[in-house]
Design a protein around this ligand. Structure first.
Ligand SMILES: NC(=O)c1ccc[n+]([C@@H]2O[C@H](COP(=O)([O-])OP(=O)(O)OC[C@H]3O[C@@H](n4cnc5c(N)ncnc54)[C@H](OP(=O)(O)O)[C@@H]3O)[C@@H](O)[C@H]2O)c1
Length: 247
């Protein structure tokens, strides 16, 4: 798997799946950039990365001007990873403001990054976008109406970009990363609201698994899957990406 010569941007790359994706893309040879919401978070990620080269940028995904400044340089690969799980609660129990903020981060910010990156990609004759999806894009979970609606919207954005730009060399994928051992799952466990929150931590997958799949999707080996919503739990995808069979 080689991404030598490619430049990549991972949003929310300071922890969890995003940080693992930064590592995987860099190890595959890409020049990797990532966003984080504070200088301290960038420094913490750099410590975790050790010798692995990657450049952190202080940017909130919802700040289109900051994202435009960053994306101005043009990237071959965009991983729309940053997201929030909250507000967690049944619809009568969540604030309208928190619900709208979730859509702003999980869907609208991904649209901004996509639109900003696409212009450069089309001008260069191609590019790859990986949208981190979720089973929640397709199946509602109690207490997650904002998250499910945002991820469902993101899945449709994936399909829309494919329809409009595949002829211009844009490869876009939605990837449901499985149930992964990150801070997001710790928040979910603490909520206790639905069956996902009952999953024991020991049953969760390591972030390295979706990270490997993300890096693989950025290679031409994944060309035939472009435009699709993929689930890392699919045995064929796992085998193609070099992951062990589902446990
Ligand atoms: N973990 C799972 O089981 C699972 C399952 C399905 C899908 N996913 C998806 O996988 C992706 C990564 O999730 P994760 O589990 O790694 O989550 P995580 O550990 O909670 O990390 C989320 C990342 O997103 C960043 N972020 C959130 N809001 C942001 C904003 N407004 N601007 C910039 N960055 C922002 C966070 O930055 P801060 O550190 O500043 O908060 C953090 O880097 C998400 O799209 C998530 O929906 C995860």
């Amino acid at each position: 798997m080689t991404l030598t010569g490619k430049t990549a941007l991972v949003t929310g790359g300071n922890r969890g799946i995003g940080l693992a994706a930064v590592r995987a893309l860099a190890l595959a040879g890409a020049e990797v950039h990532f966003t984080a919401r504070s200088a301290a978070n960038i420094a913490a990620a750099q410590r975790d990365l050790g010798d692995i080269p990657a450049t952190g940028h202080h940017a909130n995904m919802t700040d289109r001007i900051a994202m435009a400044t960053l994306i101005e340089q043009g990237f071959d690969i965009l991983v729309n990873n940053a997201a929030v799980i909250g507000p967690i609660g049944r619809i009568l129990d969540v604030s309208a403001e928190a619900w709208a903020a979730s859509i702003d981060i999980n869907l609208t910010a991904a649209f901004h990054a996509t639109q900003l990156a696409l212009g450069h990609m089309v001008a260069r004759g191609g590019g790859t976008i990986v949208n981190i999806s979720s089973g929640a894009a397709h199946r509602p979970q109690e207490g997650w109406s904002a998250y499910c609606a945002g991820k469902a919207g993101l899945a449709m954005l994936t399909r829309s970009v494919h329809m409009e730009y595949r002829a211009e060399g844009i490869r876009i994928f939605g990837l449901a990363p499985g149930v992964v051992d990150t801070d997001m799952q710790a928040t979910i466990r603490a909520s206790g609201i639905n069956p996902v929150s009952q999953l024991p931590r020991s049953s969760l997958a390591p972030a390295e698994e979706p990270a490997r799949a993300i890096a693989w999707l950025c290679t031409s080996a994944a060309d035939a899957l472009a435009g699709q919503e993929l689930d890392i739990r699919a045995p064929d995808l796992r085998a193609a990406a070099g992951l062990p069979p589902p446990g």
